[in-house]
Write a protein that binds this ligand. Structure first.
Ligand SMILES: Cc1ncc(COP(=O)(O)O)c(C=O)c1O
Length: 374
């Protein structure tokens, strides 16, 4: 396959690694020269630093964000006959984690900010409901103050899908910090990405942390050599953990840069061609958004997207068809008008910390050019 030469890429991995290559190479060297490949000190260090960053007692490295969700529900004892409330406007793994635990997904619509519409939550909760999975999409949190309040009143478990929101906050709630568990993805394009697949689960619950440690490692208790349950292979590789630990130190700067880029987009695009923009970083009240993605909405999405591509701007549409409209998933009974409308209008613009001001300006100019012609 021939890669198109974009003027502005959606994310730029070569540039990212060029800037931190010295540090990353050192970490890889150390792991390889010592033979530290699985469940060694570098993993422990990363887990301790991640727990501190999120503000929780435990962080456990896993092989993906998908497994963090899957194992969270399993450790919480969710299974057949249980209902779990979440959204359709998410990566399919959120819903899969419910189905593969033999429970039933109950999908609710999203609001204007593309997060779960919490005014619809009450209606979705039945006697069978056991858990809620709010998805903190695009680097913005679902309001965990409200979610936790409802969950407490209705005695429900909360599993935060924080795959897209490490470092985000609403009020005093850190992303992944106040649910029973927080689930993070370190897929390369994520705000904290590794060189392949990776994920983590955060929790303040000692029993959940103990079970996840077993579930990720075949149910094997390493200190006593005992198999105490059936488990999976869902470990985070040591080299990935060592690299993530280095990157975690840069994360506050990278978040600042993402917010700076969002402010430039906001200033350049406000009022342009009827575009709907996300709240600007300095205009979002109690929310601290980390802009995993900068998602704009336009009624002319497909034409606009084609124009951006023609001008060399790489974009992403997440997602062109909502999960519940894929017949194979067996969810077509849900009617979610806002989700359906949103999937027809969204485009994610390039967003990564290494993006230059000139590149941001170029994207803004291309968008303006499009709407001047329209
Ligand atoms: C909202 C959301 N949930 C879950 C996941 C799954 O994470 P992973 O790709 O690490 O399995 C992702 C990642 O793409 C995601 O964006």
């Amino acid at each position: 396959m021939i890669a198109m030469a974009y003027k502005v890429r959606f994310v730029n991995y070569p540039e990212h690694y060029k800037r931190i290559w010295g540090e990353v190479r050192g970490a890889i060297d150390e792991c390889l020269s010592k033979g530290d490949l699985i469940a060694r000190k570098q993993l422990d260090d990363f887990e301790a630093n991640l727990a501190k960053f999120v503000g929780v007692k435990h962080a456990l490295g896993l092989n993906s964000g998908t497994d963090a969700l899957l194992l969270s529900l399993k450790a919480a004892g969710i299974g057949k006959g249980d209902e779990v409330v979440t959204v359709s406007h998410t990566f399919v793994a959120t819903i899969m984690s419910i189905v593969f635990n033999s429970a039933t997904p109950k999908l609710v619509d999203i609001g204007e900010d593309m997060e779960m519409d919490l005014s619809k939550l009450d209606d979705a909760i039945t006697r069978k409901t056991r858990a809620i999975i709010p998805v903190h999409l695009n680097g913005r949190m679902t309001d965990m103050r409200a979610v936790n309040k409802i969950a407490k009143e209705r005695d429900l478990v909360v599993v935060e899908d924080a795959a897209q929101a490490l470092g985000a906050r609403v009020g005093s709630c850190n992303s992944g910090g106040t649910g029973l568990t927080g689930c993070f993805s370190f897929y390369p394009a994520k705000i904290l990405g590794c060189a392949g697949d990776g994920g983590a689960l955060t929790t303040n619950d000692d029993a959940i942390a103990r079970d996840i440690k077993l579930l990720r490692d075949h149910g094997f208790k390493r200190d006593t050599n005992e198999l105490v349950m059936y488990g999976f292979n869902s470990r985070l590789d040591n080299i990935q953990a060592a690299m993530l630990d280095i990157k975690l130190k840069h994360l506050p700067d990278w978040i600042r840069r993402r917010r700076g880029i969002a402010a430039m987009y906001d200033k350049g695009l406000r009022g342009c061609g009827g575009l709907k923009l996300p709240p600007g970083p300095d205009n979002s009240g109690d929310y601290l958004d980390v802009f995993q993605n900068y998602v704009i909405r336009s009624e002319k999405r497909d034409k606009l997207n084609a124009f951006l591509k023609e001008k060399g701007v790489e974009t992403l549409v997440s997602w062109p068809k909502p999960n519940h409209l894929h017949p194979a998933l067996g969810l077509t009974r849900f009617k979610l008008p806002m989700t359906e409308k949103t999937s027809q209008t969204v485009i994610s613009l390039p967003m990564y910390p290494e993006m230059s001001d000139d590149e941001v300006k170029y994207v803004v100019d291309v968008l303006k050019e499009f709407f001047e012609k329209e």
